[in-house]
Design a protein around this ligand. Structure first.
Ligand code: DGL
Length: 280
């Protein structure tokens, strides 16, 4: 009997739990879809690794999802999207692949009025220049500043998303970029800040307080979900309305930690029994 492809889950992958912010947006936008999420927690963070390692990990993770049967791949990790998207599309030509960098860039370009856009991300994403290129392509006159904010990853994973420590770290990273005491003049300050890392939406409140009300803070998860919805419609892969299968979770390390920290990102309780460990 032939499989009805539309009923297959969408495979979502990240270096760990951060991509659950993208999964959350996907589930809100696409209530009829089922999802299979893989977090490569054993090898997190990707943001400090070489592009070669990230590429290899991304291929292994997506192979795991493709072999389990998914109709689409969402690379819910900015670092992996920045480095490996083309390689993944080549490796799995039969499965559409969506990343989070282009949607984030598009949302940033749509939000800016002055053309001055700041991007914060991991070291790897900033170093590779993928956001800078994607923004420049969509908005050639844009003036872009990109900054690595690696401590935000650790703060989000510890649940320290607000309070004096998070605020002090945010000030240290962001004050030099924005029009705040010690920063550049108002005319040069960006009016848009793209959160180019899956962990950063958890700190959005603190970040917004530091950069002030005149700066649009962009979370690419929402735009990525809209792009997936659009692609499902265009490829005829959208699931029929009805009750979707429950989301399944895979991790490459301790399910207890995945469940505890992942719950913060997903916005609902996860039990260790909900998470299966896989060896890539
Ligand atoms: N998921 C990664 C990203 O969005 C952040 C965590 C990591 O460095 O692996 O870039």
């Amino acid at each position: 009997m032939q499989t009805d492809t539309t009923r297959l889950p969408i495979g979502v992958f990240d270096s760990g739990v951060g991509g659950l912010t993208v999964l959350r947006a996907l589930r809100q936008h696409l209530p009829a879809e089922s999802f299979l999420y893989l977090g490569d927690t054993a090898r997190l963070p990707y943001g400090t690794k070489s592009p070669q390692s990230v590429m290899r990990y991304a291929l292994q993770c997506t192979r795991q999802l493709v072999e389990r049967g998914v109709k689409m791949l969402v690379v819910a990790c900015n670092t992996a999207s920045a480095v490996a998207l083309d390689a993944l599309a080549q490796a799995w030509p039969e499965v559409p692949v969506v990343g989070v960098v282009r949607p984030g860039a598009r949302a940033g370009c749509a939000a800016t009025r002055s053309g001055r856009i700041a991007v914060i991300a991991t070291e790897g994403t900033v170093r590779g220049g993928a956001y800078q290129r994607a923004i420049q392509e969509l908005c050639p006159e844009a003036h872009i500043v990109a900054k690595a904010c690696p401590l935000f990853v650790a703060l989000a994973e510890e649940g320290w998303t607000s309070g004096p420590v998070a605020e002090a770290v945010a000030r240290e990273y962001l004050e030099p970029l924005f029009c705040v005491p010690g920063g550049p003049g108002a005319a040069q300050a960006p009016d848009t800040l793209v959160l180019g890392c899956t962990h950063f939406p958890l700190l959005a409140g603190t970040v917004a307080r530091v950069v002030g009300p005149d700066v649009a803070v962009i979370d690419s998860a929402q735009t990525a979900a809209a792009e997936v919805a659009d692609l499902l419609a265009r490829t005829g892969l959208a699931a029929p309305k009805g009750s979707p299968a429950p989301t399944r979770f895979l991790a490459t390390d301790d399910p207890g930690r995945f469940a505890r920290v992942g719950g913060l990102f997903l916005g609902r309780t996860l039990a260790p029994d909900d998470v299966a460990v896989v060896d890539l």
